[in-house]
Design a protein around this ligand. Structure first.
Ligand code: CAA
Ligand code: FAD
Length: 380
């Protein structure tokens, strides 16, 4: 594995860094306070190619590798994790699945606008009774002549009200358990499709999370993705890559908090010296830097596996498990290094600490990552 970034990687990282500084940083505290979706900023991210980074240009994407995506995710997440979850969902959970498993008509109709950023996507797997236990789908899509009839509720859907197209996982053959699950493309505005109220969240408050209700929504048969019964495998394969995106989000949150803490510790003086000269603070910085470096290597390994067409299910799960813990630990320490200032909003670290928590919950909790990793170790 080559640790050197190419010129193109550096260019993409710097472009994402510039965008985050100039477009996301102003207003990030206000958006968090008001739970305001970064609408204009997401539009610009689409125009710059950040919403379909790995998609083939013939389908409106930027045609880049996963390392490029990783670098951009880290830079955007350092400043605004609400914007980066929108980016992660559209890239990894929506565009990736469509590019790999949708048919040509579906790609032309749905992938092109999603990858070019003119439309936004959502991925709908979780339900009130099927979060970690994802095979327990209660939403049904029952086959009729030329359509499926969709009924049920999805919970916690990112881009819930802002998306245009939704990938919805549903049970089509109840007697076949997970082998009777399918994935469908559902459009906003279809009769019987309702969006519930916005969730009032601890972190990533700028992202919009909603439950969705489907009451006799007619899905044309041509909107099923892949062969009959492929839906659960489709979701699992999609999430394997999605977890790399969230690992990089966690890495970005951690490195953002670390950079702020380092800077602050060189400015703030107590007992006649900058606080970084107190060993207790210096050692915190050393731990943070080491853990972030280790998390970055795991993220790079997973991204590299994916780019090399190797299996990345386990390296992605490891990256997410570890980077999300580093995000949590680092942001708590960054608040501590800021003292009282860490507890107020102007210094950003309290927001990063609140944002960090979700990386241990969504796209498979840390306990679920341990199930995935431990099964692979034991079954090897
Ligand atoms: N790739 C392909 N197929 C896979 C797979 C993978 N990575 N993982 C599992 N499968 C297949 C299995 O092979 C099996 O199929 P067969 O019977 O044909 O062999 C089938 O899926 C069921 O697998 P398991 O028996 O392992 O199922 P399980 O009930 O034990 O659950 C689990 C496995 C890993 C715990 C899974 O339920 C899971 O990942 N849960 C977490 C769900 C999750 O991550 N949700 C995230 C929602 S999206 C989100 O959160 C977005 C956001 O926030 C922004
Ligand atoms: P549960 O599954 O009820 O888990 C509760 C606790 O029990 C957790 O600590 C869990 O790790 C633990 N646990 C459960 N089973 C086991 C086990 N077998 N062994 C050990 N521990 C276990 N979902 C989507 O489909 N699309 C989205 O866009 C999306 N966005 C989200 C955005 C936000 C802000 C949030 C909060 C959630 C989002 N989710 C989304 C849902 C998310 O993926 C689930 O919340 C997550 O998978 C956990 O499911 P749950 O909340 O039902 O918790």
């Amino acid at each position: 594995m080559d640790f050197n970034l190419t010129e193109e990687h550096i260019m993409i990282r710097d472009a994402a860094r510039d965008f985050a500084q100039t477009e996301l940083l102003p207003g990030v505290i206000e958006r968090d306070n008001k739970q305001e979706f970064p609408k204009e900023q997401i539009k610009k991210m689409g125009e710059l190619g950040f919403l379909g980074m790995m998609v083939d240009p013939k389908y409106g994407g930027s045609g880049l590798d996963t390392i490029s995506y990783m670098l951009a995710m880290e830079e955007i997440s350092k400043i605004d994790a609400s914007a980066s979850v929108v980016m992660s969902v559209n890239n990894s959970l929506v565009c990736w699945g469509l590019e790999h498993y949708a048919n040509e008509d579906q790609k032309q109709k749905y992938l092109k606008p999603l990858a070019s950023g003119t439309k936004l996507g959502a991925f709908c797997l979780s339900e009130p009774e099927a979060g970690s236990d994802a095979t327990s789908q209660k939403t049904t899509a029952i086959e009729h002549d030329d359509y499926y009839l969709l009924n049920g509720t999805k919970n916690w859907i990112t881009n819930g009200s802002t998306a245009d197209f939704y990938i919805v996982i549903a049970q089509t053959h109840i007697d076949k358990a997970h082998k009777g699950i399918n994935a469908f493309i559902v459009e906003k505005g279809w009769k019987g499709f309702d969006v519930g109220p916005k969730e009032d969240k601890l972190g990533i408050r700028g992202s919009d999370t909603h439950s969705l209700q489907f009451n006799d929504v007619k899905i044309p048969k041509e909107n099923r993705i892949g062969d009959d019964g492929f839906g659960f495998k489709f979701a699992m394969k999609t999430l394997a890559g999605g977890r790399i995106g969230i690992a990089c989000q966690a890495l970005g949150i951690a490195s953002g908090a670390y950079e702020l803490a380092l800077k602050y510790s060189k400015q703030r003086k107590t007992f006649g010296t900058e606080i970084c000269n107190h060993q207790a603070i210096a050692f915190k910085l050393a731990d943070m830097a080491t853990q972030i470096e280790a998390a970055r290597h795991l993220c790079m390994k997973a991204a590299w596996d994916k780019d090399q067409k190797k299996d990345y299910t386990i390296s992605g799960a490891m990256a997410k498990l570890y980077a999300s813990k580093v995000a949590m630990d680092t942001t708590v320490e960054a608040v501590q290094i800021h003292g009282g200032n860490g507890f107020v909003k102007d210094y950003h670290v309290e927001r990063l600490m609140r944002d960090a928590k979700i990386t241990q919950i969504y796209e498979g909790t840390s306990e679920i990552q341990k199930i995935v990793i431990s099964r692979s170790i034991i079954d090897a």
